[in-house]
Design a protein around this ligand. Structure first.
Ligand SMILES: Nc1ncnc2c1ncn2[C@@H]1O[C@H](COP(=O)(O)OP(=O)(O)OP(=O)(O)O)[C@@H](O)[C@H]1O
Ligand SMILES: [Mg+2]
Length: 287
């Protein structure tokens, strides 16, 4: 039997025993089923809680700072981004947060493309970041810094004040609420940067070397707080950190850049023994 004969034989019972209206009803029902199945499949493949970096390239004149970098961060995951100085980590953070327009490629959050040159819109859509050098509003108090963040994503004054109380209590800044940010000790400025990001109620928080310049004890305290963020605040984290011990201890997966290119991605244990990672990054640190 050829294909069309087989099709007509299989469909025959429906067409033979149906009048026009019942045929239409069956067809409508079948179409409904098909559309239900295909929309479920589409949702499954668009992975609603992922942050996707898709083939991102950034050129500064003749320098290619990022060369077609792609990865996915899952909701609630702590994802490490590592690489030697100048590898492109901060440039990538700038792209993911809308501060740097890529020369090519795109960023997608929860199935939707995010605008590539509007940081305030990206923040409202759910991607918050901290800056490598800290960067808080220096002349505002701690409370005002956090409140300003919450208000910027549409919180009411009361909600913003609750955020200040909750977040500063959690990170240990309650005693400093009225202190001007510029007069905070360095480690507290870094903490303030993190709670300012969390006040945006992000789906993903990008942390650019949050423990840089801290003593081992201070860094350990901060990292302990960072590991609690996904469960407490329901967001995923991208963590840039030069301290390999921190990355190995807290990240589920690690993406490694060197000279703007991806050289590896995998679990911390896999990265520890990956030859290219060892020579590009760990090797340089050890040597
Ligand atoms: N605005 C810019 N204009 C020109 N070149 C830039 C600019 N920003 C970054 N670069 C260059 O792009 C490359 C990647 O820099 P980037 O700051 O992203 O690296 P990084 O991995 O964050 O380094 P580090 O570990 O030192 O923070 C470097 O060669 C840097 O000099
Ligand atoms: Mg950097």
């Amino acid at each position: 039997m050829n294909d069309s004969a087989e099709r007509s034989e299989l469909s025959a019972p429906i067409w033979e025993f149906s009048d026009d209206s019942s045929t239409r009803a069956i067809v409508a029902y079948a179409r409904g089923l098909i559309s239900m199945v295909s929309s479920t499949l589409a949702e499954a493949s668009s992975s609603p809680d992922e942050l996707i970096c898709d083939a991102v390239t950034v050129r500064f004149g003749g320098l290619t700072a990022l060369d077609s970098v792609s990865f996915r961060i899952r909701g609630g995951e702590i994802f490490g981004l590592i690489g030697p100085n100048g590898a492109g980590k901060t440039t990538l953070t700038n792209v993911l947060s809308g501060f740097q327009k890529p020369s090519a490629g795109s960023v997608h959050l929860c199935g939707e493309r995010i605008p590539d040159d509007q940081p305030h819109i990206v923040a409202r859509r759910g991607i918050a970041r901290t800056f490598q050098g800290g960067r808080v509003f220096p002349s505002l108090t701690v409370a005002e810094n956090v409140e300003a963040s919450a208000l910027s994503v549409g919180a009411s004054r009361n909600e913003a004040r609750s955020s200040v109380e909750e977040l500063c209590n959690w990170i240990g800044l309650t005693a400093r609420l009225k202190t001007t940010a510029s007069s905070l000790p360095y480690t507290d400025q870094r903490r303030l940067g993190i709670v300012r990001g969390l006040a945006l109620k992000p789906k993903f928080l990008l942390l650019d070397e949050p423990a840089a310049g801290m003593s081992d004890g201070e860094a350990a305290d901060l990292v302990e707080s960072i590991t609690k963020i996904p469960a407490l605040f329901g967001c995923g984290i991208m963590l840039i950190e030069h301290n390999m011990q921190i990355i190995m201890n807290v990240c589920e997966r690690v993406h490694v850049l060197d000279f703007g290119k991806t050289i590896a991605e995998g679990t911390p244990a896999e990265m520890q023994s990956h030859p290219e990672v060892l020579s590009a990054y760990l090797g340089k640190e050890d040597g």
